[in-house]
Design a protein around this ligand. Structure first.
Ligand code: NAD
Length: 274
């Protein structure tokens, strides 16, 4: 892909935050859009807003926890567009709390949305992207928490590490099919993530169960959802595997890999010979 002009893009979690900002950015660059979200009211408002700005956009209510919903989304996208050029698996929630206090329902909630959601996106879209003649790109929103352990974000880290692994593995496997892969790994970005997470959780995983509060991590005010959307749109065109918008992430990622690397020296010092 070398431009968005005339391309078609599907964005999950497109009614708010990073997904909606990316929809605006793709539309500005000439893409046709299909937004998917579990929140019908927000989706209708987002579609009306984008149409008002001249975008060619449709909304599909879709809960990424349900494979049937995501398959129906893929059906709708291929019916509408013929070919799909970008699939952005972005829908997600956050949950904060120490692992020792995390219930089985908490684990299910986080993994259902944040890990099964992107897996469903791959299951529903990948065979058809491979079969179509046009070039395509699969993008994911993981998190900095998909690259680094964050105390207090255990289930979220497990899910987002899984999304990073999915993207990294997929990028090796589908390169020969002309399909690019990008995974977005931001630190904190100002959105309605926690309020939306509480609403999405509902009563399905235990009535009134909380989603916690994100740890107070200072963040870069210049890295807005709009800036992340620009970086993502560029990253897809240049086929970047990783988009990591916050430069503050660099030191801790380096230290994690140095810690892993040091393990070999420690093992050698302990007399390991293999
Ligand atoms: P947001 O709440 O503004 O947007 C997320 C959208 O996803 C919402 O419209 C919500 O209704 C939708 N959604 C949630 N569960 C869904 C489901 N089961 N099916 C379909 N749609 C669903 O939040 P955001 O910050 O824009 O989040 C987007 C992605 O970015 C998420 O995957 C989140 O984990 C990730 N992320 C966010 C931050 C941050 O600080 N905001 C940091 C790192 C990663």
């Amino acid at each position: 892909m070398d431009s968005y002009a005339g391309c078609s893009a599907v964005i999950t979690g497109g009614a708010s935050g990073i997904g909606l900002a990316t929809a605006r950015e793709f539309a500005r660059r000439g893409a046709r859009l299909m937004l998917a979200d579990v929140n019908r009211a927000a989706l209708d408002a987002a579609v009306a807003d984008l149409r008002g700005a001249g975008a060619d956009v449709r909304g599909v209510v879709c809960d990424v926890r349900r494979l049937d919903d995501v398959v129906a989304l893929a059906d709708a996208a291929f019916d509408e567009f013929g070919s799909v050029h970008v699939v952005f698996n972005n829908a997600g929630i956050a949950y904060a709390g120490p692992i020792a206090e995390t219930s089985h329902d908490d684990w299910r909630f986080v993994l259902d949305v944040d890990l099964w959601g992107p897996i469903h996106g791959v299951e529903a879209f990948l065979p058809r992207l491979i079969a179509q003649q046009d070039p395509a790109h699969i993008a994911f929103t993981a998190s900095f928490a998909g690259l680094m352990p964050n105390a207090g974000l255990g289930p979220y880290c497990v899910a987002k590490y899984g999304v990073v692994a999915l993207a990294e593995t997929l990028s090796r496997e589908v390169r020969a099919n002309g399909i690019g892969v990008t995974v977005l790994c931001p630190m904190i970005v100002e959105t309605d993530l926690m309020a939306n997470s509480r609403r999405v959780r509902g009563d399905e995983y235990g009535a009134g169960a909380p989603v916690g509060d994100l740890p107070a991590i200072s963040t870069d005010p210049e890295v807005t959802a709009e800036r992340v959307a620009e970086l993502m749109a560029d990253g897809i065109l240049t086929n970047q595997l990783y988009v990591i918008p916050h430069s503050a992430a660099r030191g801790s990622i380096r230290r994690r890999f140095e810690r892993i690397d040091r393990t070999f020296d420690e093992q050698a010092a302990a007399g390991w010979t293999h």
